[in-house]
Design a protein around this ligand. Structure first.
Ligand SMILES: Nc1ncnc2c1ncn2[C@@H]1O[C@H](COP(=O)(O)OP(=O)(O)O)[C@@H](O)[C@H]1O
Ligand SMILES: O=P(O)(O)OC[C@H]1O[C@](O)(COP(=O)(O)O)[C@@H](O)[C@@H]1O
Ligand SMILES: [Mg+2]
Length: 532
């Protein structure tokens, strides 16, 4: 008996944080929090006669002539980024100590004297915004359409532009900045650490420390903070991993904030994925509750690319590039063997971005399986029957599977890691065994080779494009903190750099949309049929 693979792994590990938002780990919600596609509507019907829709936890009545204005106002409120003046209205800013001028000016170029910062116009204005969505879908049936109302009305959604401000809310000599890296490894962690340190020093900060081994470094005895300076971090980007170390699990938010108070930390830079950001937001909330003048700023780290609203997260590009080596090896093995079948398993807990992009990039994949798209293994429409077809027609085949794919074919253990993430079964091994069994049963020779490059694709150093992304994100994290923002994270959005309030980007893990152009392009490239 074969069952169909479900599009998402559902678990009940609901974790609330900060008392404001709850993050349902491993669970894809029925609705996107901002703009939803019509097929996800909880409204009375999907046809164009629909008059109201439930978006997030808000009901929108489209017969109200002001619905669009109200929606935009609500969006602006949700994407407002918390500022120090929200709790300290009298906080006075000072002129920025971040110098936009050339470091070694050639004075003769400036006959009238060196220009003032105002003349450079190099700072970001607090009212600058970046457009979040840039496609105007004309119909809900357009590929990947994200429409608010049945007519796909164009609604502008603006988010805050990142970068240095003219006025800052921290005196550099009073800052003690800390950096912490949590969760799994990701290419580029050292690049981000390096840029944060360098930029802090340019503002004039002298006290910069690294917290060792993730949030645990705040509580575990024997783990002492690491002093950081330009000298210490100068070459760290040349190797992968994290200079500070990473971990999952760790102390409570209360203990973390107690430790911050004890150590006098008033700027905290948190590098991590959705779990880490849930923690960072809770730390920000707790600091506010205690009326601490602290900036907590996140930098999203995940090779899974499962953070909402961003073009991509750092390390993803590198992971996809590194995955090419494994895919190419699988291809060569498969094509050099008689009836060769190569199988490559790539990371991606709930999101198949690495598998999809690696398949697209390599052009060597015949079948790509991701958690978001259901499939049968056995039966007339199943993956194995298609493999038989490929062997008969091409003589070989290469599969790329995301680690979270096909979990319903494996026994669930309900085991979780120290952070509460579900421990997944090994679908790569399963499909390898099923393939061998199947070809034996049908009496056709098959030479199956399985490659699992899991940790190799995330332990390497960042490639050039990720190196640049890390640089900009690291610098912007520091600019955001000095500008007085807290509870924010940095990101790239339509090629521009922005600040998001943390809860908006982690309300659920971002996933591949099976109706998107990118997934359709992947299917065109592999030539695989639907397996249901
Ligand atoms: N909901 C949460 N609230 C507070 N801290 C959390 C939450 N989820 C995870 N964390 C903490 O964040 C850290 C990293 O989480 P994890 O899920 O392992 O990695 P990632 O941040 O990459 O998703 C861990 O130390 C974990 O304890
Ligand atoms: O073996 P580990 O360290 O728990 O990491 C495995 C996980 O790390 C990831 O690459 C990324 O996870 P995080 O973003 O939580 O670090 C997942 O795809 C994978 O399931
Ligand atoms: Mg995570």
């Amino acid at each position: 008996m074969d069952s169909v693979s479900h599009a998402a792994v559902i678990s009940s590990s609901k974790i609330s944080y900060g008392g404001r938002v709850s993050f349902n780990k491993d669970k894809h919600p029925p609705l996107r929090s901002s703009v939803v596609s019509l097929r996800n509507w909880r409204g009375p019907s999907r046809n164009l006669g629909v008059l109201a829709a439930q978006i997030g936890n808000k009901e929108i009545d489209f017969s109200d002539p002001d619905w669009k204005t109200n929606y935009q106002r609500d969006f602006e409120r949700r994407f407002n980024i918390p500022h120090i003046t929200d709790i300290f209205p009298d906080a006075d800013p000072i002129p920025s100590t971040f110098c936009l001028k050339m470091r070694t000016p050639i004075m003769e170029d400036f006959a009238g004297g060196y220009p003032s910062d105002e003349e450079w116009h190099g700072y970001i204005n607090n009212n600058d915004r970046v457009l979040l969505k840039v496609i105007h879908y004309s119909s809900p049936t357009s590929a990947g359409a994200e429409c608010i109302d049945p007519n796909c009305t164009w609604v502008e959604q603006w988010v805050h532009r990142a970068g240095p401000r003219e006025k800052i809310y921290f005196k550099p000599e009073e800052v003690k900045a800390a950096i912490v890296t949590c969760g799994g490894l990701c290419p580029g962690l050292n690049d981000v650490i390096r840029q944060i340190v360098i930029t802090l020093e340019i503002y004039g900060v002298k006290k910069i420390v690294g917290i060792p081994f993730g949030y645990r470094g705040f509580s575990d005895e024997g783990l002492s903070e690491m002093p950081l300076s330009r000298k210490v971090v100068q070459n760290v980007h040349l190797s992968g991993g994290s200079l500070l170390g990473v971990s999952r699990g760790g102390p409570s938010v209360t203990d973390i904030v107690d430790s911050m108070e004890e150590r006098g930390i008033n700027m905290l830079f948190v590098l991590g994925g959705n779990g880490t950001h849930a923690g960072a937001n809770a730390i920000h909330d707790e600091c506010r509750r205690r009326r601490m003048r602290v900036a907590v700023v996140g930098v999203p780290k995940t090779i899974d690319n499962d953070i909402l609203m961003m073009d991509k997260t750092f390390g993803f590009d590198t992971a996809v590039e590194e995955a090419q080596r494994a895919i190419n090896s699988a291809y060569i093995e498969a094509h050099s063997a008689y009836h060769g079948i190569g199988i490559v398993k790539l990371m991606g807990r709930n999101s198949g971005f690495i598998a999809m992009h690696a398949s697209l990039a390599s052009g060597q994949i015949d079948i790509c399986l991701i958690p978001e798209v259901p499939f049968h293994l056995h039966g007339p429409l199943g993956v194995l029957r298609h493999l038989k077809f490929l062997i008969e027609t091409k003589g070989s085949a290469v599969l790329c599977v995301a680690e979270g794919a096909g979990q319903n074919f494996l026994g669930r253990t309900n085991a979780t890691d120290a952070s509460g993430n579900t421990v997944l079964g090994d679908f790569g091994v399963h499909i390898q065994q099923e393939t061998k069994k199947y070809f034996k049963e049908i009496g056709i020779h098959a030479d199956v080779k399985y490659i699992d490059p899991t940790y190799m694709i995330r332990a390497c150093r960042a490639n050039a494009s990720d190196g640049i992304l890390c640089t900009v994100l690291g610098q912007n994290a520091v600019h955001g903190a000095f500008a007085g923002y807290s509870g924010i994270t940095v990101g790239i959005c339509n090629t521009h750099y922005v600040y998001f309030p943390i809860p908006e980007v982690i309300s659920y893990p971002r996933a591949v949309d099976p109706n998107s152009r990118m997934w359709h392009r992947c299917l065109t490239s592999t030539g695989q049929p639907d397996f249901v």
